[in-house]
Design a protein around this ligand. Structure first.
Ligand SMILES: NC(=O)c1ccc[n+]([C@@H]2O[C@H](COP(=O)([O-])OP(=O)(O)OC[C@H]3O[C@@H](n4cnc5c(N)ncnc54)[C@H](O)[C@@H]3O)[C@@H](O)[C@H]2O)c1
Length: 429
């Protein structure tokens, strides 16, 4: 069976580029989203996501006539599910309600010979234990009447359009033929290797990748605390250690965010809490890092937070993206507000972000104009390229606390700033 028509559920960071790429490769795509604002926007060719090249791609897809947006699915040769998989903040368990609802919405449209692919990052065994039984409510049997596979998305925000096409992709089928059908579908545009496996392995691949990254960042964050305690510069020590051919220590920072790395490891903890103590500890280390940053702020302000004015520079979960989900920078700001600090925030990409009690700006000047301390939380290029003399003219602040080493090659001290850094204890230097 060829694939003439696809239905893609979820038109977010993953679903929209995927739908548009298939459409520009000549496939008829029904893009489905339950958020009426997104559907309305796309009908007017308005894109709700900041991703280089995406606007042009979506416009090309719409103009080709191959991408239609809808609020409910319809019959198709294949269905791709790319809806959110957040976690419940109180117990850190996976919130599978979106995946469940999206799968249920396919059931009335499922026909013999169809292929269904889950792309949402999901706990192990989701494809077999959750998706297959829901789809079988159609009266069709997975593996016999329709094909079912899991294929995680591993693109990097900021490079989604290239990586979607160029990255290696794993497709885990509930049986071999399902994996092969998945390969035939993605081969339409994927130029990277396509590796066939089984569904639960493919689910684990994604979770293991993100968990490894989380643990590696946790050790870097722990090194930043140790460096502070023993009185060295963690950035220098990491640079030297990384000259060793088999060492690659990541960078410390104010924590770990985004809705992947800070969430996915919990899916493994949930699957086997008795076996995942290292994973759980790393999560706690990274979640504790914003508190550590607040203590550094307190120290830089001679022990007093209440009533102080701080400009928080950079709020996204990582540099050069407009994604604020689970952002540790936002967490730092909230902790400071709780401690009685007057915070103003700056981020070039605000994208509708709101933090109660905190005025937010996309320009630097209003955020820093009456600050006691400048707190750098994200290495956005706008902050890395900052001219110190220009900054000095904008603010009365003479203290700057850098948690992401934007000051690496800059001489803040020469321009009259007192520089404090994560992982560098001025008092013991
Ligand atoms: N963003 C990334 O960089 C990235 C990378 C790899 C994997 N993932 C995974 O991909 C999945 C999707 O992530 P995202 O970033 O695209 O999320 P997103 O929030 O940007 O988009 C998801 C979209 O799904 C829609 N939706 C919710 N329920 C729906 C339903 N029942 N039917 C149709 N649409 C529905 C939402 O309205 C939203 O627009 C998640 O599991 C995520 O963990 C994301």
């Amino acid at each position: 069976m060829g694939f003439n028509k696809l239905c893609i559920l979820g038109l977010g960071y993953i679903g929209l580029p995927t739908a548009s790429t298939f459409a520009t490769h000549g496939i008829q795509v029904i893009g489905v989203d339950t958020n009426p604002k997104i559907i309305e926007g796309l009908r007017n060719e308005e894109i709700h996501i900041h991703e280089p090249g995406l606007r042009t791609l979506v416009q090309a897809a719409i103009h080709s006539g191959n991408l239609l947006v809808r609020s409910t699915p319809e019959q198709a040769d294949a269905f791709i599910i790319a809806v959110p998989t957040p976690f419940y903040p109180d117990n850190k368990k996976a919130d599978m309600r979106y995946v469940t609802a999206a799968t249920e919405s396919i059931v009335p449209h499922l026909r013999p010979g169809n292929l269904v692919i889950l792309e949402s990052t999901s706990p192990p065994r989701t494809t077999i234990d959750l998706i297959a039984p829901i789809l079988e409510r159609s009266g069709l049997k997975a593996g016999t009447d329709f094909y079912l596979a899991y294929s995680p998305e591993r693109v990097l925000p900021g490079r989604i359009l290239q990586e979607l096409i160029e990255n290696a992709r794993v497709i885990g089928g509930i049986d071999r033929i399902s994996a092969e059908k998945g390969r035939d579908l993605y081969r339409i545009f994927v130029r990277g290797d396509i590796i066939l496996s089984e569904a639960t392995t493919a689910e684990m691949v994604k979770l293991m990748e993100n968990t490894t990254r989380d643990i590696n960042i946790a050790i870097a964050n722990e090194f930043s605390r140790l460096a502070d305690r023993v009185g060295i510069d963690v950035w220098e020590a990491i640079e030297i250690a990384n000259r060793h051919p088999r060492i690659n220590i990541l960078k410390p920072g104010p924590g770990v965010g985004g809705h992947c790395i800070s969430v996915d490891p919990w899916f493994l903890v949930e699957a086997a809490p008795d076996l995942a103590s290292l994973i759980s500890t790393a999560r706690h280390v990274n979640d504790g890092q914003p508190h550590f940053v607040v203590e550094l702020v307190r120290r830089a302000l001679d022990g007093e937070l209440k009533g102080k004015r701080i400009a928080a520079l950079g709020l996204a979960f990582k540099p050069d993206v407009d994604d604020f989900r689970e952002s540790p920078a936002v967490e730092v700001v909230k902790l400071l507000v709780e401690a009685g600090v007057e915070v103003k925030g700056y981020d070039p990409y605000l994208n509708g972000l709101q933090i109660p009690g905190v005025p937010l700006y996309t320009e630097l000047a209003p955020a820093v104009k009456d600050a006691d301390l400048l707190l750098v939380l994200v290495a956005h290029k706008e902050l890395c390229n900052l001219e110190i003399d220009r900054l000095q003219e904008m603010t009365p602040a003479r203290k700057i606390l850098d948690t992401v080493n934007i000051s690496g090659n800059k001489n803040f001290e020469q321009s009259g700033f007192v520089l404090y850094k994560l992982g560098v204890n001025r008092r013991t230097q």
